[in-house]
Design a protein around this ligand. Structure first.
Ligand SMILES: *Cc1c(COP(=O)(O)O)cnc(C)c1O
Length: 345
């Protein structure tokens, strides 16, 4: 499969900006190359453009070579870079399933690239044939979100594999919630598919949404291109330091993950008993989607009690559906108490 031919023409011939840190990437004693202020305050120097210590640690955790990793200012930046690398505005198109993550349509509009949304079937299941039928010679990307937001479920691996095997475009699998799922990540298949990009994030299970660190794993050829078009200093010094610190405390990560998963079971059990819940969808993530009698009324009732949830009622297959993120044990209790009071009303 020729990945290069999928790139936009201007990107194929791009000469990237060469920063001071690109041209001298070793250790010196006196740095007079980047017009920085010399007085040390912890952030007076530009950050490492390739975030090497963070990638070295991620490489150990994920068992992926550092050359196959790209970091972004959140996965939102990573997704935008992918659009900009592959999609010619007004000409190319992108296929995604519906419902899915709200940033794909926004990024499509910003980049002036047509997004073709393919409805998921009942139970939020993916039909590869429909995704493939929606594609044409201008299709560059297929966006698959698994576990999916807002439904919470993993999408079927064999269906996704059919789209990868087609080798007609890049398949981006957004695994923002993969740490909560009891299944292997698509990372284990990276060597098998030159057209696979896996996106993950430190924003969810790792507890670092405020840092803005997103991860992209792909063949070296793709990572090289994304590196060439990203802003040189896209992950700041403080974020790199805090990310490395968190990645070195895997025990804390595992402890919190276990609590969240345990709490999810409790919330699911309570919702399943709840008279106002009509349907509870299986979740492989840190949130649950539930169909209730009247989503707007319950939303407003909870809001009055200062508990905010996400109303997804307007999405395909989501009529009267609310999405509940799993919080601390106390927060989840507030949610469940609120729902109980609503029912007594
Ligand atoms: C939360 C989320 C992300 C994370 O985005 P960041 O920019 O890394 O915070 C990515 N994809 C999906 C589907 C999400 O729900």
């Amino acid at each position: 499969m020729n990945i290069r031919s999928l790139l936009r023409k201007n990107i194929q011939s791009l000469t990237p900006y060469s920063s001071a840190r690109d041209e001298f990437d070793s250790v010196a004693e006196v740095y007079l190359d980047a017009n920085e202020n010399p007085f040390d305050n912890g952030v007076n120097r530009y950050p490492d453009p390739y975030q090497k210590p963070v990638k070295a640690r991620l490489s150990e955790i994920k068992n992926i070579a550092p050359e196959k990793i790209l970091l972004g200012n959140g996965s939102d930046e990573v997704l935008d870079l992918i659009y900009r690398a592959f999609c010619e505005p007004k000409v190319d198109n992108v296929i995604s399933h519906n419902p899915s993550y709200g940033m794909y349509p926004v990024l499509s509009e910003i980049n002036d690239v047509e997004l073709r949304k393919v409805n998921l079937d009942a139970g939020f299941s993916l039909d590869a044939k429909k995704m493939i039928a929606a594609s044409d010679e201008h299709t560059k990307l297929f966006f698959i979100c698994s576990p999916n937001n807002p439904s919470g479920n993993l999408l079927n691996k064999e269906e996704i594999r059919q789209i990868l095997d087609l080798k007609k475009g890049i398949v981006v699998i957004d695994e923002a919630y993969i740490d909560f799922a009891e299944t292997d990540s698509w990372l284990t298949e990276l060597d098998r598919y030159p057209n696979l990009i896996v996106c993950q994030t430190l924003s969810k299970a790792w507890g670092l949404a405020g840092l803005r660190v997103g991860m992209c794993f792909a063949a070296e050829e793709i990572v090289r291109v994304l590196n060439a078009i990203k802003p040189p200093y896209n992950v700041n010094v403080l974020s790199q330091e805090a990310a490395l610190k968190a990645l070195n405390q895997e025990d804390e990560f595992k402890k919190q993950l276990a609590i969240i998963l345990d709490e999810k079971k409790k919330v699911e059990a309570a919702l399943a008993q709840s008279p106002c819940v009509q349907e509870l969808f299986p979740s492989d993530s840190n949130f649950v989607l539930a169909r209730v009698e009247n989503a707007n009324a319950l939303y407003d009732f909870l809001l009055e009690r200062k508990v905010i949830v996400r109303n997804r009622s307007k999405e395909h297959l989501c009529a009267n559906c609310l999405r509940f993120t799993i919080g601390t044990p106390e927060e989840n209790q507030r949610l469940l108490d609120g729902i109980t009071d609503y029912e007594k009303k």
